[in-house]
Design a protein around this ligand. Sequence first.
Ligand code: PEP
Ligand code: MN
Length: 334
Amino acid sequence: MILILKKNHTNDQKNHLLDSIKALGGEVKTLNVQDHLIFAFEQNLSLDFLAFTAVQKVISTHNELKKTSRDAKKESTVIKIKDYELGPGRFLVISGPCSIESEDQALRLALQAKKAGAHVFRGGAFKPRTSPYTFQGLGHAGLEILSLVKKETGLAVVTEVLDVRDVEAICEVTDIIQIGSRNMQNFPLLKEAGKLDKPVLLKRGLAATIEEWLHAAEYIMNCGNEEVILCERGIRSFDQETRNFLDLTAIPIVNKKSHLPVIVDPSHALGRPDLIEPMTKAAMAVGAHGVMIEIHDHPETALSDGFQALLPIQLENIIYQLKKMGAALDIYLP
Ligand code: PEP
Ligand code: MN
């Protein structure tokens, strides 16, 4: 920890600071730079240094990301999802409708996603909708459909949890539990997910910084669950051309800062199907370990997010191109 003291601090203010640090076992080294007195010490003390009148600036030399950072673990984390692995040198495609609408719709789309080459099926049973008057998902009936889809197609499934009370029921069905953008800082939910023996797909918050996103992952890992998959899904911005702003810069930044796998959701980031192909290719190019893409065979009658859904044939075409691109980049797409 490095503290830069104000030029005009009094002796009393300085001694109060010094005594407080020493009282907690801090061993202070001092230095004078351009009339500033500087305190440096190794210990990570729980004092609010900026609340001391003598202190002008605090530079923390401790990495607060105790579990998610590359300082904590050098090797990249690889997460097993049924027959596949998510991590460096591989690329997985998660696909399915925004919402589970019926047994027929879910089965039909899961078979089409599988035929297109997707590795994991997605489908919302509990939907976090902006308006309470729009389709809220089939809830527990949707989970039963997901369970049937798993049995019939052999695909692993991912679905979102909105409420701590539903975690157990969702876990009985799903292979990956999703915490959506709106819940990235729902700390009770993060802690509950941290107790699970199941990968958690953690979406970046609507307006969250990368540090806040990693701190949310830290909540999950700190409760014992090491299997966190980060998902960039776009952040709020001023431009209305796309639903959100797809921050692809976050991918190489996260890969530098953290050992956790990171994927991209171009569907919610862009909110329009025509940009999904180029941005999915871009996601692979910048080091994402997979994508999550919404599909529907009748987008015009979809109960949610039809406007951004790709047709299954378009997904198939993208996966075909990703395989060729992956071969050139030495990235394996099973
Ligand atoms: C979703 O994936 O269905 C979803 C609601 O996404 P987000 O949390 O990114 O809005
Ligand atoms: Mn959606």
